[in-house]
Design a binder for this molecule. Structure first.
Ligand SMILES: [Zn+2]
Length: 321
């Protein structure tokens, strides 16, 4: 089952999280393969890493709304999206327009002409609140193209939250997983306690050591080790406080928020003329959800009801149920 583990290092300003998406991740790929052509393997791996990273980032900030991770590309991958709600429900999709080599990494997929971008949007649930968006390029400090999503996101978190973060991500067709280690900001209260500069430096050392241990985690270990074994192997010498793992309805899981109502609203947005054109050509309107592959069909009667103001409809009828 998909699960999220949270932990703290006792007496040190360092926290961590480990996520493993398993059956939910396989379900995402299975639906995609059933509804469309499957994504190329490097795109599947990228989307898996994005889902794992999105869950870690959402759980880290506990934002009341959707966290949307978007990679805008100038190569064969035009767009890759992972969306994670505050209850850790996630969904992903990608738009692939060209051939992706079997060993393609970020640059070859999204940053061929150096114009690739990664955008992180926080879309609040509360109506009227403006979404927040942060954007980073897919380049490092020396303008070198970055090849791993974890490098891009570490960069983003340092810029946006001013927090040192170490991320390790990996995904294959069975598992999408991620480890996040973050240095907690040293509270103002610490200064009042009269902590010396030496102590603060000591605390930085704690973070560096733990981040370095996290950096020794291989892709294979992240994908195959069970969480207890993984944390023991990496941090057996560190005093760790673990929280109850989040799984099931409280944990990360695949869920799509699409509905017939939303698709209907989108068709209304297109306008009657446009929708009638599709009806004339195809006899009905069929829309597939990009995220979950579900298909929504509107025949001429459905479309007629869609464009009839509610007050003109006979009581008890509804096109949208
Ligand atoms: Zn859907």
């Amino acid at each position: 089952m998909s699960v999220l583990h949270k932990f703290l290092f006792e007496g040190m300003p360092v926290r961590g999280m480990l996520v493993r998406l398993t059956d939910d991740w396989q379900e995402v790929l299975r639906r995609r393969a059933a509804a469309n052509s499957p994504y190329p393997a490097p795109v599947r791996a990228l989307l898996g890493e994005m889902a794992a990273a999105g869950v870690l980032m959402q759980a880290n900030i506990q934002f009341n709304g959707a966290l949307i991770l978007q990679m805008h590309g100038d190569g064969p991958v035009r767009l890759a999206v992972a969306e994670v709600q505050s209850d850790l429900a996630f969904r992903v999709t990608a738009n692939v327009v060209g051939d992706v080599a079997h060993d393609a990494r970020l640059e070859a997929m999204l940053n061929v002409h150096g114009k690739g971008r990664c955008a992180i949007t926080l879309d609040a649930k509360r109506a009227g609140q403006q979404p927040y968006q942060g954007v980073v390029s897919l380049h490092g400090d020396r303008r070198e193209p970055l090849q791993a999503l974890s490098d891009v996101l570490e960069h983003y978190m340092l810029q946006s939250e001013q927090l040192d973060t170490r991320l390790v991500l990996a995904a294959d067709d069975q598992v999408a997983a991620g480890l996040l280690i973050q240095r907690l900001p040293v509270q103002g209260a610490g200064n009042l306690e009269g902590r010396s500069r030496e102590e603060d430096i000591g605390r930085s050392e704690d973070y560096r050591r733990i981040a370095m241990l996290a950096g020794t985690l291989t892709r294979d270990e992240l994908l195959t080790l069970d969480p207890d074994a993984l944390l023991r192997r990496l941090f057996w010498e560190e005093p760790m406080v673990r929280y109850a793992p989040l799984a099931g309805p409280e944990g990360p899981r695949f869920a799509c928020s699409c509905s017939r109502e939303r698709v209907g609203a989108m068709l209304k947005g297109l306008g009657r003329e446009e929708v009638d054109d599709i009806l004339r050509e195809q006899g009905r309107v069929e829309i597939g959800c990009e995220f979950c592959g579900r298909r929504y069909e509107f025949d001429p009667v459905d479309v007629g009801e869609l464009f009839t103001p509610a007050r003109d409809q006979p009581p008890g009828s509804s096109a949208l149920n």
